[in-house]
Design a protein around this ligand. Structure first.
Ligand SMILES: CC(C)(COP(=O)(O)OP(=O)(O)OC[C@H]1O[C@@H](n2cnc3c(N)ncnc32)[C@H](O)[C@@H]1OP(=O)(O)O)[C@@H](O)C(=O)NCCC(=O)NCCS
Length: 172
């Protein structure tokens, strides 16, 4: 049985651990060690994670199997969104599931949590950016009704990569 639980500052260490583990599992084989290290150092250090966990416009959720954390979700609203042009919207900044637990609908449950929150808050749409070479995630979001609306450059260390921007209208 998988449970989805909202997390807080007290969960910082566990969040840091799964954030690094899933990021390296997902992107380690297609990027240089140097660029991975720069990203991990900048994005998952204590100060950065603390400020994200205490931002009132961001929420984090763990997916747990028993006591084990197997995935997580990060969503943003308002000014916490990574792009400033979105209003009355919810950004899914991260959905990550450990490799060993993928294809068991854990990602689906995390996504449905984000959708339920977007409906509850009466957001107009959900949006996100996904690396153009991340076929698994592209398939996952398309399957869930997301459509491409733009492309942006994402910088990983010294590598400029193209992110596909996708959105899903939220039914009122
Ligand atoms: C994308 C991700 C969250 C999906 O989570 P999941 O728990 O595996 O997904 P679910 O079991 O709910 O759904 C399975 C769907 O995921 C996708 N998927 C998962 N593993 C896949 C694989 N090995 N190959 C292709 N598609 C895959 C497919 O869309 C699949 O749908 P299908 O039933 O049509 O095959 C997960 O693969 C993941 O964490 N990937 C690494 C992190 C990542 O890329 N996150 C997105 C960053 S924007």
């Amino acid at each position: 049985m998988i449970t989805i639980r909202k997390i807080y500052l007290a969960d910082l260490d566990v969040l840091q651990d799964i954030s690094i583990k899933t990021f390296v599992e997902t992107f380690g084989s297609s990027n240089t060690k140097e660029n991975m290290n720069i990203y991990v150092h900048n994005s998952f250090n204590n100060l950065q994670m603390e400020s994200e966990l205490t931002n009132p416009d961001s929420e984090f959720y763990f997916a747990e199997a028993g006591n084990k954390v197997i995935g997580y979700l990060k969503i943003n609203f308002g000014t916490a969104q990574t792009e400033s042009k979105h209003y009355n919207s919810l950004e899914i900044e991260r959905i990550y599931v450990l490799n060993a637990y993928q294809k068991q609908r854990v990602g689906q449950q995390l996504f449905e949590k984000a959708l339920a929150i977007a409906e509850e808050k009466r957001c107009s749409y959900i949006w996100l950016g996904v690396w153009e070479k991340n076929a698994k995630a592209l398939h996952f979001y398309k399957k869930n009704g997301f459509v491409e609306f733009d492309q942006h450059i994402f910088v990983l260390g010294d590598d400029k990569q193209t992110d596909v921007m996708m959105k899903l209208e939220v039914k009122k």
